[in-house]
Design a protein around this ligand. Structure first.
Ligand code: HPA
Ligand SMILES: [Zn+2]
Length: 329
């Protein structure tokens, strides 16, 4: 669906399509434990978040040089642009690369080669959000923030991802305080597999401005009331929820009820190469499975721009919002 939209929940490493994975493996002399793209695709059957993360981290072995990260980001931006994405706030996972001996500079400069010319080349404005892996230590997160200091002009904010349960937001209090002191925006995954309390903690302890996923807020009427009152954006990822089995089938997704409750929902793709669709595909899927009206879809698109970190260019945000209003389905 080409409705203009911002993508606010997108892991760049999760855009690695099998074809590009094999191309980069050949280029870098990396051996993949799959015969070809078809046999790799058959591995895309996930039980839960962890079973996905195992493959996600395994395939990252092919990302080694600046050019690899540039090619990865350009491939994503081209696909996103074709599906109506006008603005993308893109997560990356530096710890997963540092652990393999790939430097922060290689990752950021490589991504920037694509992002820095994206408005011109793809018609997509971009921001970069650095995520900490919550199943690594708080010390490791602090070291990562330190390693990012030379590149902060290219990074708008920090996030928190990877295995959620057992790794509550409070573990990262100190690093989020340090990030805030550096002027970075703050978001965090919470309430994907973890309980509603993690969402409350992300707000109260980490001071986040948006919740990534946040799906399990629906279990707490009190929390829903707070999120509605404070207009806290939730970056939902419907196809991801089905593939990682946080909802059984898309037709059972709580998105319509969440919108009816007044929550500020957005629709995003998370890891589109693994979960069966990019941003526009997610919009189409929820339209079909949940029967969302055109006005609801327009509301989701407006929310995406309102929730985006475009404060440095309100004119651009206004232009995007006008495009949403003018869109004809
Ligand atoms: O959906 C996700 N959840 C948590 N961590 C992640 N890292 C990539 N994708 C995800
Ligand atoms: Zn995610």
């Amino acid at each position: 669906m080409s409705l203009p939209k911002a993508e606010l929940h997108l892991h760049i490493e999760g855009t690695l399509e099998p074809e590009l994975a094999f191309e980069l493996a050949a280029r870098n002399g990396v051996e993949l434990p799959y015969a070809d793209t078809d046999s790799l695709r058959t591995a895309y059957q996930f039980e839960d978040l962890q079973s996905f993360l195992n493959l996600y981290y395994e395939l990252m072995a092919v990302l080694r040089t600046e050019r690899d990260f540039e090619d990865l980001a350009n491939a994503y931006l081209a696909r996103a642009a074709a599906q109506g994405v006008r603005h993308a706030e893109i997560f990356f996972d530096p710890q997963a690369h540092l652990a393999r001996g790939v430097e922060m500079g290689t990752v950021v400069e490589g991504l920037w080669r694509a992002l820095g010319s994206s408005a011109r080349n793809h018609g997509v404005s971009t921001q970069l959000i650095m995520c900490f892996l919550r199943d690594e230590s708080a010390e490791s997160a602090l070291e990562t923030l330190d390693a990012a200091k030379p590149y902060l002009d290219r990074i708008v904010g920090v996030g928190l991802d990877s295995a959620e349960v057992g790794h509550p937001p409070v573990k990262f209090r100190e690093v989020y305080e340090a990030a805030a002191a550096l002027g970075l925006r703050r978001v965090a995954h919470a309430g994907e597999e973890g309980p509603p309390e993690y969402i409350v903690e992300a707000l109260d302890v980490l001071g986040v401005e948006r919740i990534d996923h946040g799906l399990r807020c629906v279990e707490s009427p009190e929390l829903v009331a707070r999120l509605v009152r404070d207009r806290v954006p939730l970056t939902l990822c419907p196809l991801s929820n089905v593939r990682l089995r946080t909802v059984d089938v898309l037709g059972d997704h709580p998105l319509p009820a969440m919108l009816d409750a007044g929550l500020m929902c957005t629709v995003n793709s998370d890891d589109p190469a693994y979960f069966g669709g990019y941003a526009g595909d997610n919009f189409e899927a929820v339209q079909q499975a949940l029967g969302l009206s055109e006005e609801r879809l327009r509301e989701l698109a407006r929310n995406s721009f309102l929730a985006s970190f475009l404060e440095h260019d309100e004119e651009l945000r206004a232009r995007y919002l006008a495009e949403v209003d003018a869109y004809e389905f």
